[in-house]
Ligand binder design. Sequence first.
Ligand SMILES: [Zn+2]
Length: 438
Amino acid sequence: MTRAPVPVAVVAALVVLAAAPAGRARLILISVDGLVPERYTSVTGSPLLRDLAARGAFASGVVGVWPTNTRPTHTSLLTGVTPAMHGIVNNEPLDPERRRNPAFNWFAREIRVPTLVTAAEDAGLSTAVVGWPVSVGMHADWLLPTFNWTHPRDAHLLRTLSTPGVFDDYERQAGEPFGWPPTDERRVNMALLLLQAHRPDVTLLYLGEFDAYAHTYGLDGDWTASAAREVDRQLRRVLQVIDAQADPRTFVAIVSDHGFIDVEHAVGPNTLFAREGLIELDEDGGIRSWQAFSHGTGGSSLVYLGEPTDEATAGRAGDLLETFARDERSGIERILAREDLAREGADPAATFALAMRPGYSLIEDTNRLFGNPYIAAMHGYPPERPEMRASFILTGPGLEGTGNLGVVRMTQIGPTLAKLLGITLSPEADNPIPLASR
Ligand SMILES: [Zn+2]
């Protein structure tokens, strides 16, 4: 039997199909620090974000992790697990004596489980990371991490921590130095350069200025509103480039890490510990030694013991906090014990956590029990508070008109994006969000 020749057109079509990376998705994940879901669910929100949400899928709110602070939450977004599991348990390392340079958690090596970036790299996908929190040393093909920028000379440090060549490419194309500090405008410039030059399979971009305005002026402040419009302008620049590339494999996810609550009162429980001898101060008011310390600012704190197994001190500190909580002025809504912390997926090394009522914000000061807050709005309140809800919008092939996914968990977002990319996170990661239309 002779086999009929395969028509040339069919052969050509098969070749095209084989050459196309069938099923291999491309992802641009953009985090807007502090973006609240009302920006795309409310008629008074952003037309750009409302249009994006209408084109694909969106969550009416994202319930975060404990604490609802930038670095733990961004790491949960990438890993699908709680801070207790991924290891970035707060914005700053615990350091009551201030022995270190005042510093955030910066280092990707301290993340204990696979991230979207490491999983993508392991699967042979190319990755670019611009400004993402806790990204110093992240194994991406093209990396501009976020790091300390207290002095203009830190620009040199940022260049050193970035993938060799990316600053040179930027400066060749822009005709000027990358500049200092690393503003949203500059981060977007870098992301656009990488998107156009390399078309990475996975691109992460972080915009941080809206958060700074919301902290300083409150969520309803005029300057915050203009910062929100500036976010739209930056997002529009990115979307224009993505649209021009017209790559049908492309998913765009817009996420955030927490909301905000305006604050009127500052409360410093370490002052109580100092008065009761659980913190010893030096002659300059610095901490010489400590047996109990409330770590964290904003709507919650984690309370640590110098000796975590010292049950006598745990009892003393617990009694002090309970008595204090009965004082209306303390603003303490509830005290979490170890078993509550375990249920929340918060740092297992802490002995207690304090959760504040709206309007009250914790400070770490040892000489100010009550006072005015340093800033206008804070996060860090318990993740179940509606005001703390974060954002999630997802567009891409097969998602047209999916609509409202309801309220989702922050730990579901990484697994959802991993599934689109055909990669896997750790076995402990949360379940992906069901995307019915796919
Ligand atoms: Zn944040």
